[in-house]
Design a protein. Structure first.
Length: 304
């Protein structure tokens, strides 16, 4: 039974929100209640406590000394209650333990970190570990169970791996030495690949290499090969040394900027896509929940 001095948890939420907003209408809008409900809750608490919590004028709302003390005393306990409820809810839905997420590029890593922060806040019983994926081994960590899902360049065409949503579709660009004639161009086309060797990557499946490092231009001209590497930073160093060029996403111009490199956008090449993937036997409630959180985070940020 409720005693005469009982204050509902919802009323505490209303008080703390009003203490932050200092505006009845904004508080009501934020909590999806009416301004009258906010006013009623505050008056009820003031009657219970026996003192005014807010000073109200036609121009402003301000906490009284009693209100400031109550806010300080309530905030810690209220956060603990919220976290306890969130933890119990996550456990009931199976959202506990460690989820290991891989990424292949700086912008994908940044997005995963932001999504992980949001996910931890929602599901305190679940921890996220973030791992950078090697360029040469696209699926080894997934198959070994070292990670649970990854955000990497497409395509992925593996019978034991699920393709999830595409997160980024970026304009394709060509990385060339800063002193190369193509570096003075505002754009390039696929036919230009016949004029410079491509740095190759050792390790990925042939279909992945064909998608990113073609052997012929659309007109059938041969695209020669430069040195091979297994690491992205080494590929950039080979380009800077004049050993060839390397196709990439236009975002690389911002995330991997170097004075000895130039990133020239393609006019006629398909976009570079980055998508989520996970083992076909590894889809769990936690994986599905994190995929939803990551998509939500990416959608809110929009193109960057």
């Amino acid at each position: 039974m409720k005693g005469p001095g009982t204050v509902e948890l919802r009323d505490i939420e209303i008080f703390l929100t009003l203490a932050e907003e200092l505006h009845f209408s904004r508080t009501a809008e934020r909590l999806h209640v009416s301004p009258a409900r906010v006013s009623q809750a505050i008056k009820k608490q003031e009657r219970t406590i026996g003192a005014e919590l807010f000073e109200r004028t036609s121009r402003q709302v301000a906490l009284t000394a009693v209100g400031r003390q109550l806010r300080a005393d309530l905030e810690v306990g209220y956060r603990q209650i919220q976290q306890a409820i969130a933890t119990a809810s996550s456990a009931a839905r199976g959202l506990t333990g460690v989820l290991k997420v891989g990424f292949s590029s700086a912008w994908c890593g940044n997005l995963v970190v932001r999504a992980a922060d949001r996910f931890r806040a929602r599901h305190p019983g679940c921890e996220i570990e973030i791992v950078e994926m090697p360029l040469h081994d696209r699926f080894g960590a997934l198959r070994a169970g070292d990670i649970d899902l990854q955000l990497t360049e497409l395509p992925v065409d593996e019978p034991d791996i699920v393709n999830g949503p595409v997160i980024y579709r970026d304009q394709r660009a060509l990385t060339v030495p800063a002193g190369h004639p193509l570096a003075r161009r505002e754009s390039v086309c696929l036919e230009d690949l016949a004029s410079i060797p491509l740095i190759t990557i050792t390790g990925p499946p042939q279909y992945w290499l064909d998608a990113h490092l073609p052997h012929h231009t659309p007109a059938g001209r041969t695209i020669s090969r430069g040195p091979a590497t297994i690491a992205w930073q080494e590929a950039l160093s080979l380009v800077a040394a004049g050993k060839g060029a390397c196709p990439t996403s236009i975002r690389s111009a911002r995330y991997y900027a170097r004075p000895d490199l130039a990133y020239i956008p393609f006019l006629d090449a398909p976009p570079v896509e980055f998508g989520l993937s996970w083992p076909s036997t590894g889809e769990s409630v936690t994986v599905r929940a994190f995929v939803g959180t990551l998509v939500e985070t990416a959608d809110e940020e929009g193109p960057t």
